[in-house]
Design a protein around this ligand. Structure first.
Ligand code: NDP
Length: 434
């Protein structure tokens, strides 16, 4: 705490993982002897830089850029870039720390990293976003590459931003090194299913948890928070699995649509027009209602897929969900449930899939994008989706089996933390003290 002051999200993430790891340390004292835990508290490299750019009014703006290259035991640093006004070093470190174990759980050769900026793209023109991205990449390009560090999207960074970033990377390096960034457009090295992967994966993980307890999505009401990349495709997969997604939200409020969210309308508003969630209710002809502010978790549902941002579902919200009969919660976002909310779900026997397992489908498909780039190949949607589904089912099985092995059946938090950690720790042991 003294070494990393003012980084509450980072402390929260580290505490949550290390509490789970006590059972591993008891069985494997060599991990402590070799300082694995101590080393995991410190990123391998942290880069902070100035991002100057000129807005449409001709005014010079300055933002702060970050890239935390957290751990490369299993492969090149891999993790998204977040552009949001709340971004600071502690948030980037928490995300990078989580990313290590998530990437390990996918079974693919990727290390953990994360980056971003306190730049807020809301209300900015395409030209402003482009100039910001070009300035951001002008510094970042020195640190990244197919074999070193491979950024992707996250909050505020979608296909448009990845395009501007990749264009500037290509220009600065004079190399068409497609495997340096993932989440690219389909015509220039992107992978089918990458856009859908995180949301699809979170719903598939929920489905696996339900099946493991003899239940299913069939005809059940599902609450999804957010209306960004993860949320849209969590809704799409929910509908494919037979569930009825009845909510979506943004930072201003939420909508409830008891007939099931009209996904085409929602995609038009969010992906094409970049509008607000309130417009969904306005254009749904009285079938949906908009609630300004409030908590989307007040809506009675059987399944919850929090897919907006960290700490968006607190203890009170968890108690409301439980009182309304929730059966499974699968984290599409990173750390959306507070520790006390997770404790409520655990105490009440709710199936709870932590983000590092449940939302690993996005980074897994990014690693599949890297595979396609390395082989100059492009796979079909069906083949790529089959790979994603198999990876998600594999992560679910790994978490369950690991929880059983350590005497905590059904504890996906413990299963994910321990299984993710072991592979990283074993690789770090093999490399010696570095
Ligand atoms: P987007 O930027 O596409 O969407 C984010 C959504 O969350 C928006 O609807 C946004 O609303 C809402 N939101 C953001 N901050 C807040 C807040 N403070 N309070 C309420 N709502 C908020 O991001 P993604 O969908 O890509 O990411 C969502 C989450 O999923 C993040 O936690 C991210 O780290 C995680 N994730 C994403 C992956 C991916 O592949 N994209 C992979 C793995 C995890 P508004 O427009 O009002 O800000």
């Amino acid at each position: 705490l003294r070494r990393n002051p003012g980084e509450p999200e980072f402390h929260q993430a580290v505490r949550e993982v290390f509490e789970s790891l006590q059972v591993v340390q008891e069985r494997h004292p060599e991990y402590s002897d070799k300082g694995i835990i101590t080393r995991l508290c410190e990123p391998e490299r942290q880069i902070i830089f100035r991002v100057p750019w000129v807005d449409d009014a001709g005014t010079v703006q300055v933002n702060r850029g970050f890239r935390v290259e957290y751990n490369s035991a299993l492969g090149p640093y891999k993790g998204g870039l977040r552009f949001h006004r709340s971004v600071n070093l502690g948030i980037v470190k928490f995300l990078g720390f989580e990313q290590i174990f998530k990437n390990s759980l996918t079974g693919l050769p990727i290390g953990g990293g994360k980056g971003g900026s306190d730049f807020d793209p809301h209300g900015r023109s395409d030209g402003e976003v482009m100039r910001f991205c070009q300035s951001f990449m002008t510094e970042l390009h020195r640190h990244i590459g197919e074999y070193t560090d491979v950024p992707a999207g996250d909050i505020g960074v979608g296909a448009r931003e990845i395009g501007f970033l990749f264009g500037q990377y290509k220009r600065l390096t004079n190399r068409y090194e497609a495997g340096t960034l993932t989440g690219k457009g389909l015509d220039w090295g992107g992978s089918l299913v990458r856009k859908e992967a995180t949301g699809y994966g979170a719903a598939i993980f929920a489905d696996e948890m339900l099946k493991a307890r003899g239940s299913s999505f069939d005809g059940r009401r599902v609450a999804v928070s957010g209306s960004g990349n993860v949320a849209l495709y969590a809704i799409e997969k929910t509908e494919q699995l037979g569930g009825i997604a009845v909510t979506a939200s943004d930072s201003s409020g939420y909508v409830v649509d008891d007939d099931g969210i009209d996904l085409e309308l929602l995609k038009q508003i969010k992906e094409v027009e970049r509008g607000r969630i309130s417009e969904y209710a306005e254009r749904r002809g009285g079938r949906a209602r908009y609630v300004a502010g409030g908590s989307v978790w007040d809506v009675p549902v059987a399944i919850a897929l929090p897919s907006a941002t960290q700490n968006e579902l607190d203890e009170q919200a968890a108690r409301t969900l439980v009182a309304n009969g929730v059966e499974a919660v699968s984290e599409g976002a990173n750390m959306p449930c507070t520790p006390s909310a997770v404790a409520v779900f655990r105490d009440k026997g709710i199936a709870f899939g932590p983000g590092k397992a449940a939302n690993a489908g996005g980074v897994a498909t990014s690693a599949l994008e890297m595979q396609q780039n390395a082989s100059r190949d492009a796979w079909t949607f069906e083949y790529t989706e089959d790979r994603l589904t198999a990876i998600m089912k594999g992560i679910h099985t790994t978490c369950l089996e690991t929880a059983d092995e350590f005497g905590r059946p059904g504890d996906y938090v413990l299963g994910a933390n321990v299984a993710g950690f072991r592979k990283v720790a074993d690789a770090m042991m093999a490399f010696g003290v570095i």
